[in-house]
Each structure stands twice: as C-alpha cells, then as structure tokens.
Design a protein around this ligand. Structure first.
Ligand SMILES: C[S@@+](CC[C@H](N)C(=O)[O-])C[C@H]1O[C@@H](n2cnc3c(N)ncnc32)[C@H](O)[C@@H]1O
Length: 490
C-alpha cells in the first residue's frame, strides 16, 4: 500500500491525548465512539482511556494496522476493530450507532487529495455519487479536486449530525474551513465549533497548516461561527471565524467594526504571466542583459520593460535589476509585426521557441507566437500600486516609471493602475490606513498559499473608506475610473 494513496500519517499518542482532553472539556457523554480511519489506533486507544465504559469502534483499510491494534486490545475492552474501506462502511457505522443517542466521531482521516491519488495511480476514492438533489458534500465528488479528509468528515457530519453528535477531527486548516463553510451553506446547525491549530511539522513532519476541528452538534442553534484558538497545547482564544453574505470571514468581530466589503472603483490586476522566465526575464548586468540560460541578450529596447518580482515588492527592493520582454499590448494581439519592426527581438524569441511551445497552460493555446497573458492597457499605466500575493504581510508599494517606462510585475503580484502620482498617493494613503488594515486583517486567511488575491483586493470599498477617513481628499474627483492612461507604448 502506498503511504501517499492512503494519506497515512499516524497520530502520535501525545497528540491523541491532547485531542481527548479537549473533547472531555465539552462534557460530552458519548454512548458510542467511532474512529472512521483508525490506523494503529493512537486516537482510538486514547478515546477508550478517556471514556472507559463507552463502546469504541474503529474502521481501517490496512490489515496490518488492524492487527497491530488488535494485539493491544483485550476481550474485556469494549473495542471493535473493522478491517474495511470507509467508503463502503457507512452501513456498518449506521448499524453500530443506530441505538445510540450521543455519538462521538473522532479521528484523523487521510491527508490526500483525489488528484494526488489519481496521479499515483491509486483507487482509494469514494464512489462517485449522483449529485442531483444532494447537498454540500455529496456534490463534492463531482468536483475535479477534493480532499479525501474533507469528504470523510463531511460525510460523517451529514449522515450523523441528526444524532446528538460531536465531531472532532485533525485535518488541514483549509479543509476545516471548507467543512465549516459547507455546514453554514447547508444549514447544518450546531451548538459550538472550535479550531485548534497545531504544528504539523512537529507531530507529523508535514509542512501544512493543520488543526483540530471540534464541532458540537449535541444541540441545534443557528450559529455560523467558529472560535479559533492559538494552539492545541495552549488553547488561548484568538478570534472567531464568521460568515457574511456567503463569504467566510477570518475575524468576524473586527470585521463587524471595519466592514468595508464592497466593490473597488479601481480594478486590481495580476502582473504579466508568461511561464517562460528563462527567456523573457533578463538580468541587468552593467550595460548588458543576461537570460536564464546565462546568455548575453542583445535586442531592441522597445519591447523591454523594467520588471519587479513578488519578492521585490514584498521586501521593498524597488531598484530595477531585471527587464522583461513584453511582446503584446493586449491578450491575443498578433505578434508577427515584431519580425519586421524588431528583428533582433524576433530572432532571440524564435531561437528559444521550444521554451514557448513547452508551456502547458491553456491560456497560450491557439494564440500568436510568444503570447503572454494578463496584459492590457493597465500594464502600461504610468503609476501603479502593487502588493505581492504570496507574502504574509501587507506591503503596498507605489511604482513610478523608470526611464519613462512603466514598471511591469510578475503574475504573483497584484496591482492597480493610476494615472498620476497624486492619485496614487491618495489611494496609497487609503490602502495603508488603519481602517483598511483592520478590514483586510479581518478577511485575509494568512495561512493560505496566496493570501492576497485580486478578488480580495477588489472587494475593498475604497470610496467608503475615503468618506470615513479622508472626506477632504476629494476621492471622487481624483479617483477617475480606469482611464487606461499609459506611457511607453510601442
Ligand atoms: C492520517 S492516517 C491516521 C490514522 C489514525 N486515525 C491516526 O490518527 O493515527 C489515515 C489512516 O486512514 C487509513 N485509510 C486510508 N484510506 C482508507 C479507507 N478507504 N478506509 C479506511 N481507512 C483508510 C490509512 O491506512 C491510515 O491509517
């Protein structure tokens, strides 16, 4: 069995004991405890120790793990171990839990996505369900990529929350948030939910943001919140996740005081996408340019623009050390003219044509030679305000033209185009105001791979902030609609 396909990360007893002490604090008195994928049983055994008179049932697909666990269990203990596939075991769980009023579902389901399983040639997947007329999780199997753990936890919640149940699972933090969102969207109401982050590196040698999600369905209320604690060990309350107009909010209390959710007058864009860095991005070495293959590049100046990367924007290194070739002014623009107008550039690009033909993204399919993406009038605006999408802090930068050319950004950056420096100064002041910062902190999930997205930035109602913060700034008159003012077009 491949560890990858089965998302196999056995929980150390130390962590299992912490999980059970948290469960105990809820004062649940379960009639049955179920561990859907129990492995060698650290959680199952900790659950038995915490609730010695309660029947505990574990399901596990790996026979060797079942044998290891069975060897530690004696006949007198109320422990049942079922060597079975969880995706085919719902009937067994229903049968075991049917006579019970209060159920505890606890565990650590496989940490793997269906895409990773398929890539490894595996088959450890739920059977595709008819999604018509079914809610939340049943529709998940129709999604192209989903987390197996999310599927298992949601399946448990959907099937067994009608009992007085408590669901307590280790999972990725993004998985926990998806589960909460599905409960909120599907009116699966509960009494309480808590999220305790833990160090996955320490307990599982895994580089992911992970947590212990505890959802108490022993009563029904219309709660759509989840308390977030600092760590599974300390359990100091931090803030509450919440729900607003179908959107998950990272810190609902702060959000309620700084709600500037709306539509930005300024359209946030991504920098240029080309997937061809070795050819398109050139280091400035004195008066020469060098590409990613170490070759000196001698081409016409016209299609060359100063370039800043995400790390430059995040760290405030705004000195230009790279140029980028920008062969198009808009997506899909014909490039054949370059051959006649800029023959050296054409030859250089043609010499590296295999780099372009190897690009996998569909955005380049059936497009002119050397096409780029995420380019338009806005790319050539004289002034930009930029922020990296990848870094875990808010650092907006004003970018002025360099040698009369607009500064270009890579596709992990977000930016807005401004016509003048005065306009950029005003927008920058709004973006860096306390009001905006508090608002952004309340909606950004800093543990996401790309915490700052154009979607998020486009939801800042700058006008509302301007009215509150700087009524004298004449936002309305300065903030012209994106006029597409541009410089250094070729
Ligand atoms: C992340 S490990 C956790 C194991 C155990 N719950 C623990 O916390 O130590 C996931 C477990 O799920 C088991 N597993 C994977 N796919 C399964 C399936 N389809 N049915 C039952 N168990 C499965 C793996 O063998 C592995 O033991």
């Amino acid at each position: 069995m491949s560890e990858k396909e089965f998302g196999d990360f056995q929980t150390p007893p130390e962590l299992a004991n912490i999980m059970l002490s948290i469960v105990k604090e809820t004062h649940i008195a379960p009639d049955i405890i179920i561990e859907p994928t129990c492995g060698v049983g650290a959680i199952l055994l900790a659950a038995h120790a915490a609730f010695p008179s309660t029947h505990v049932a574990g399901i596990e697909i790996n026979k060797a793990y079942c044998d290891v666990l069975s060897a530690q269990v004696n006949d007198k203990q109320q422990i049942t171990i079922v060597n079975a596939d969880i995706f085919k075991s719902m009937a067994i769980i229903k049968e075991i839990s049917a006579p019970c009023e209060t159920c505890l579902f606890i565990g650590n389901p496989p940490w793997v996505t269906n895409a990773a399983i398929s890539a490894a040639g595996g088959t450890n997947l739920p059977v595709k369900e008819n999604t018509r007329g079914l809610r939340g999780i049943d529709a998940i199997t129709g999604k192209s990529n989903f987390d197996i753990s999310e599927y298992i936890i949601m399946k448990m919640i959907e099937t067994f929350s009608a009992h007085k149940s408590l669901f307590a699972f280790l999972c990725k933090t993004t998985t926990a948030r998806n589960i909460l969102k599905q409960c909120w969207n599907n009116a699966l109401y509960y009494k309480d939910a808590s999220l305790f982050p833990f160090d996955a590196k320490k307990y599982f040698s895994a580089a992911v943001d992970a947590c212990f999600l505890v959802m108490d369905f022993t009563e029904r209320t219309t709660v759509t919140e989840c308390a977030v604690y600092d760590s599974i060990e300390n359990r100091r309350y931090q803030n509450r996740l919440g729900f607003f107009q179908g959107k998950m909010i990272a810190d609902i209390d702060n959000f309620n005081s700084y709600n500037y959710l709306g539509k930005s007058d300024y359209i946030w864009r991504n920098g240029i996408k080309h997937d061809c860095a070795k050819v398109m991005e050139l280091d400035i070495i004195g008066t020469k340019l060098r590409n990613g293959y170490g070759e000196t590049v001698d081409i016409e100046d016209t299609l060359l623009f100063p370039l800043l990367k995400s790390s430059d924007i995040a760290n405030g290194n705004l000195e230009i050390r790279k140029n980028i070739i920008v062969p198009q002014k808009r997506v899909g623009e014909e490039t054949a003219l370059i051959k006649r107008k800029y023959p050296k550039t054409w030859k250089y690009l043609s010499d590296h044509i295999t780099d372009f033909s190897m690009r996998k993204s569909v955005v380049y399919k059936n497009k002119p030679l050397f096409s780029i993406f995420s380019v338009g009038d806005y790319s050539f605006s004289p002034v930009k305000i930029a922020i990296s999408g990848l870094y875990k802090h808010l650092a907006f930068r004003i970018l002025l033209p360099q040698q009369k050319k607009s500064v270009m950004l890579d596709d992990t950056c977000n930016f807005i185009a401004c016509s003048t420096e005065a306009e950029a100064d005003m927008i920058y002041a709004l973006l860096t105001s306390v009001e905006t910062r508090r608002f952004l902190d309340s909606i950004i999930f800093w543990d996401s791979k790309r915490p700052v997205t154009t979607e998020l930035l486009n939801s800042i109602d700058l006008k509302k902030i301007a009215r509150k913060q700087y009524p004298e700034l004449r936002y309305e008159s300065l903030a012209k609609k994106q006029s597409g003012a541009q410089i250094a077009l070729f």
